[in-house]
Design a protein around this ligand. Structure first.
Ligand code: SF4
Length: 225
């Protein structure tokens, strides 16, 4: 496929076809963090920075039995919380972020996780990516979730030429119908984890290869991103 010189309408149609194929390829695409409440998802997303979802799920299995409300985190001795989340990495920073976030929820939101983008962005350690995860998974408000996979695939598929996640989010919002924003993001993530890997994309196994302008000469080679 030639370098992307398509019109907006052609790109929307291409994005729709990519989404259709990815949904078929990954019918179980979803958020892979385990949670039952908005607070649990919020804590899990903070722990997931620079860590795998699998590791986070191991840690939160016991953590969520012990800490059920924002007050529980807020009242916990920081060294104890650090120890409990240590294996997720950056545990000092993450422990403080969780406690600060819980304090803000107690101060401003009656101990609840806010259900708006504006409210969520007031929480420590919560950016648009985390906010969109929570809105999409807990509050039925679809959002584009730009993580490292979504960013890489959006660039390779020429859905966005930007590196900045907020700009990529804006580009994808124009290409994908609102109701599909959350699942479109999850589908890209699943494809990025299994086929369109960061350093060595498996283009010959890719179900959207004919729709992707990324140079196939990069197949299997270690590349920058
Ligand atoms: S063709 Fe290659 S670069 Fe394009 S989406 Fe598929 S795996 Fe990724």
């Amino acid at each position: 496929m030639a370098k992307n010189k398509m019109t907006g309408a052609e790109n929307r149609s291409r994005a729709a076809e990519v989404y259709k194929r990815l949904r078929k390829a990954y019918p179980k695409a979803r958020c892979t963090l385990n949670f039952e409440t908005p607070l649990e998802l919020l804590v899990a997303t903070i722990l997931a920075a620079q860590c795998t979802d699998e590791r986070v799920n191991i840690v939160t299995e016991s953590l969520f039995k012990k800490y059920r409300k924002p007050q529980d985190y807020f009242n916990a001795p920081i060294p104890q919380l650090e120890e409990e989340i240590r294996s997720c990495g950056f545990y000092r920073m993450k422990a403080r972020s969780i406690v600060k976030t819980c304090r803000t929820m107690l101060d401003l939101f009656g101990g609840q996780v806010p259900n708006t983008m504006e409210g969520l962005l007031k929480l420590n350690g919560v950016g648009r990516k985390t906010a969109n995860v929570i809105l999409g998974e807990c509050y039925h408000t679809a959002g584009i979730i730009v993580d490292t996979h979504c960013r890489r695939l959006s660039n390779r598929l020429a859905f966005s030429k930007h590196i900045d996640p907020d700009k990529i989010e804006q580009d994808l919002m124009k290409l994908v119908p609102r109701e599909d924003w959350t699942m479109f993001s999850h589908s890209l993530v699943f494809h990025g984890r299994t086929i369109c890997e960061a350093r060595a994309p498996k283009c010959s196994q890719c179900c959207v290869a004919d729709l992707c302008p990324f140079p196939k000469s990069a197949e299997g080679k270690r590349i920058a991103r």
